[in-house]
Design a protein around this ligand. Structure first.
Ligand SMILES: CC(=O)N[C@H]1[C@@H](OP(=O)(O)OP(=O)(O)OC[C@H]2O[C@@H](n3ccc(=O)[nH]c3=O)[C@H](O)[C@@H]2O)O[C@H](CO)[C@@H](O)[C@@H]1O
Ligand SMILES: C=C(OP(=O)(O)O)C(=O)O
Length: 426
């Protein structure tokens, strides 16, 4: 439940990146022993990957304050299977494939289906593993991968897929010989994964560029690694300040990870100051229209798109936002319309005619960023907004309502029983 709150003030600690930590947890499978991860956010997706690792025979314990201890057994004690129950909860579970194939020479994974915003195939992952010498078969909705031992090869990605790059990288570090990944994803989270793998003894060059070279090593050692800050979480708080106005310090947020977004947000009318400790965002809540296209990193990420559209819904003028990664990522637009946004979609474009205020409504979060975008919209919506499907937000945001409330937002979490008329309350 959100009511308009006026400007936001204060400081918020940006937590560890969801899209990094899930891969780092999977990467621990590559080395026997005790791994330590720090700055791990307390979010549902982390709990699901922890459960997935446990079912593979790994021990995962949460030691408090973002410290997670992962104990990986010898190869013969690892069970390289990921069940439908877990894979269907979190698509990112596909990233256990690379490490399990590399470590155990086989893997069994429930086929990840579509997602909250459309079809998300894994053909690039499979093509990459096949180039390294794995073979695959399918039965009863499960994928079976086998290899006599992975061998380095040249992998050319048709598109710089983020998790395909992570997955192939993790498979390649223990493969025999040299692997080159061409048209690799360049996201900061790929660099974070490569840094952790290098600290474990992997030989990787070029992470963060389109060409990653890996020289396989026979064995890796356990990791002790700090997760990078979550740039999408930082952008979410930034969007909240942009629409509500105020001055908020995003402690830990890294300007070098979100340069293109910061440029766009500045052109919308938000004043940004960067310091080594984080990013200061100031806004009078008076925003200007701007056109935006989503692209792989270093372009403006698709994960920011619902937040950008929400900001532009209350900006002065008409904007066009083009979504170039996921065709189905506009489901929340209908919910923004219920809140009075003057907005329509045309193929992979959304046209937004800004209005000064929105109005409270009963709306439904369809995915993680859509959910948080509706929370942001509700900060400038007259009356009360009831957002259901909050479980999507909890996938990647730690106690979002408490942290927004600490900045002055009027927001509370109610249980399903407290809310009326909602079929699906997260
Ligand atoms: C856990 C995680 O890190 N999730 C992020 C990751 O998802 P994810 O890694 O799944 O997204 P990809 O970068 O793979 O997807 C990019 C595009 O490639 C297509 N594709 C991808 C793989 C494949 O085998 N075949 C194929 O056709 C996808 O359908 C999509 O159109 O990057 C996305 C794009 O920045 C982000 O929105 C997600 O938050
Ligand atoms: C789409 C996202 O995540 P996932 O790929 O895990 O669904 C996201 O983080 O915005």
């Amino acid at each position: 439940m959100v009511r308009p709150s006026g400007p936001l003030f204060g400081s918020v600690n940006i937590k560890g990146a969801k899209n990094s930590v899930l891969k780092l947890m999977a990467a621990t499978l590559l080395a026997e022993g005790t791994h330590h991860l720090h700055n791990v956010p307390d979010i549902t997706d982390v709990k699901i990957v922890a459960e997935l690792l446990r079912r593979c025979g790994v021990s995962v314990s949460f030691a408090g304050e973002g410290h997670v201890i992962i104990e990986v057994p010898p190869t013969e004690k690892i069970v390289p299977r990921a069940s439908l129950e877990l894979v269907s909860k979190i698509r990112a579970s596909v990233v256990v494939m690379g490490p399990l194939l590399a470590r155990c020479n086989w893997v069994e994974l429930a086929q990840p289906g579509g997602d909250d915003f459309g079809s998300r195939p894994i053909d690039y992952h499979i093509e990459g593993f096949s180039a390294l010498g794995a073979t695959f078969s399918e039965r009863d909705g499960y994928l079976f991968g086998r290899t006599e031992g992975l061998t380095g090869s040249r992998v050319v990605l048709e598109f710089p897929s983020h998790t395909a790059t992570d997955n192939i990288l993790m498979a390649a570090v223990l493969a025999e010989g040299r692997t080159v990944i061409e048209n690799a994803a360049r996201e900061p989270e790929v660099i974070d994964l490569a840094s952790m793998l290098i600290s474990m003894g992997a030989d990787i060059r070029g992470a963060g560029t389109s060409r990653i070279e890996v020289q396989g090593v026979p064995k890796l050692s356990p990791a002790d690694h700090w997760v990078i800050p979550d740039r999408v979480e930082a952008a979410s708080f930034l969007a909240a300040v942009a629409v509500a106005g105020g001055e908020v310090f995003l402690r830990g947020a890294r300007e070098d990870h979100m340069e293109m977004l910061l440029r766009k947000v500045a052109s919308v009318g938000v004043h940004i100051e960067t310091t080594p400790q984080g990013i200061l965002a100031k806004s009078e809540g008076k925003l200007k229209a701007v056109d935006v296209s989503t692209l792989p990193y270093p372009g403006v990420a698709t994960d920011y798109q619902p937040l950008i559209v929400t900001m532009l819904s209350v900006a002065d003028g008409t904007s066009v936002v083009s979504e170039n990664l996921f065709s189905g990522r506009f489901r929340y637009v209908e919910e923004l319309r219920k809140m009075g946004a003057d907005i329509f979609t045309d193929g992979h474009h959304v046209v937004i005619r800004g209005t000064p205020r929105l109005k409270g409504a009963r709306v439904q979060a369809s995915d993680i960023r859509a959910g948080v975008a509706l929370v942001v919209a509700a900060l400038v919506a007259d009356g009360e907004t009831e957002i259901s499907g909050v479980r999507h937000i909890d996938r990647g945001y730690e106690r979002i309502e408490e942290r927004l409330r600490a900045l002055g937002a009027d927001i509370e979490r109610r249980s399903a029983q407290d809310l009326t008329g909602c079929a699906d309350v997260g």
